[in-house]
Design a protein around this ligand. Structure first.
Ligand code: SIN
Length: 331
């Protein structure tokens, strides 16, 4: 008989561990109620798929996720990955900030072993709750040697997505997680994994771009400024700088277009040594900046990272260097 893999599950809360009074409730519920043991017990036959162990890091709604919890989580994941009796790791998480936690782990945890994040759009008490199948499929991916070295993965609704590209695109639907314009790295059908692509993570950064966070107790402060008609004329940028921001991400309306009323201030900000990364609110595509934007204004293009992920890369980059050219290279 084939030996079962060992999968360690770290639970952090979210709708997947949510409880409501009514089985029809998909919005009115409390996230982060079930424990890791209850989550494992809610999936019939999971122990036949892998030998399981579990730990509860926190039990929160992921809107309340903190960077200090990320630092603990990365340490726990790395500790689990170093264990000989662990082949893969699954992290259950609220969907609201799941993509951010996944990307933080992608940039900080050094291992080739599969790390999978999953959540659910319906609470555990709902009719047709999606959590149990998502846990099943996540354990399956984490237990499968074919997932080795592909970077941190997000498994939801039968799809496997890479961390750089995956984002929550829908607040209600079960297919809430997608990689816009790229599609999933793989799908799971009838208990079988079908890989479709190596993913950006696998090709570019998995196990290459890594930051050491061992002695950190907090991350450098980076703020996101959102672009829109009638948007910031400097108030928010100045407030962020006064508050000690060490970097800014501007979520531009299109491909990095910064309004004239903000350009000089952002240019001065970059020149003063506070990096300014230009991302987009569009939700897809790759931000590529003109020479005027990069050379004259000193801005950094976020590439394919959305604003919330560009913020994480900038924060981690700032733990290593303040040199804008060096940070540009990391992006
Ligand atoms: C949360 O992010 O914790 C609540 C929403 C969800 O998990 O879908």
């Amino acid at each position: 008989m084939e030996q079962k893999a060992n999968v360690h599950i770290i639970a952090t809360g979210g709708t997947i561990a949510g409880r409501a009074d009514s089985t029809a409730a998909t919005v009115s519920y409390k996230a982060g109620e079930l424990t890791v043991g209850q989550l494992i017990a809610s999936v019939p036959g999971l122990d036949k798929l892998a030998n399981l162990s579990g730990e509860q890091l926190c039990n929160i709604d992921s809107k309340d996720m903190q960077e200090t919890i990320w630092l603990q989580l990365a340490e726990r994941v790395e500790a689990a990955a170093e264990r000989k009796d662990v082949d893969g790791i699954v992290i259950t998480h609220g969907t609201d900030t799941l993509e951010e936690t996944a990307y933080f782990l992608q940039l900080t945890v050094k291992t080739d072993k599969p790390i999978v994040l999953t959540g659910a759009m319906r609470p555990a008490t709902a009719i047709s709750a999606d959590g149990p199948m998502n846990i099943w499929q996540s354990v399956q991916v984490a237990a499968d040697p074919s997932a080795t070295g592909r970077g941190v993965l997000v498994v939801m609704n039968g799809q496997i997505n890479g961390t750089e590209t995956v984002t929550k695109v829908n607040v209600n639907a079960l297919e809430a997680f997608q990689s816009p314009g790229r599609g999933p790295m793989g799908v799971i059908v009838d208990g079988k994994i079908f890989w479709q692509s190596q993913g950006i993570a696998g090709v570019l950064t998995a196990n290459k771009l890594k930051f050491t966070i061992k002695n950190l107790t907090q991350l450098p402060k980076v703020r996101i400024i959102y672009g829109y008609v009638g948007g910031d004329d400097g108030l928010f940028v100045k407030a962020a700088l006064q508050d000690g921001a060490r970097g800014l991400v501007y979520a531009a309306c299109g491909n990095g277009s910064v309004p004239e009323k903000l350009t000089d201030l952002l240019k001065e900000t970059a020149a003063s040594g506070v990096p300014v990364v230009i991302a987009t609110r569009c939700g897809g595509g790759i931000v590529v900046l003109s020479e005027i934007m990069t050379v004259t204004n000193g801005f950094i293009a976020s590439g394919l990272l959305n604003p919330q992920k560009a913020k994480i890369l900038l924060q981690l980059a700032l733990t290593q260097t303040n040199n804008i050219k060096e940070i540009q290279r990391l992006f």
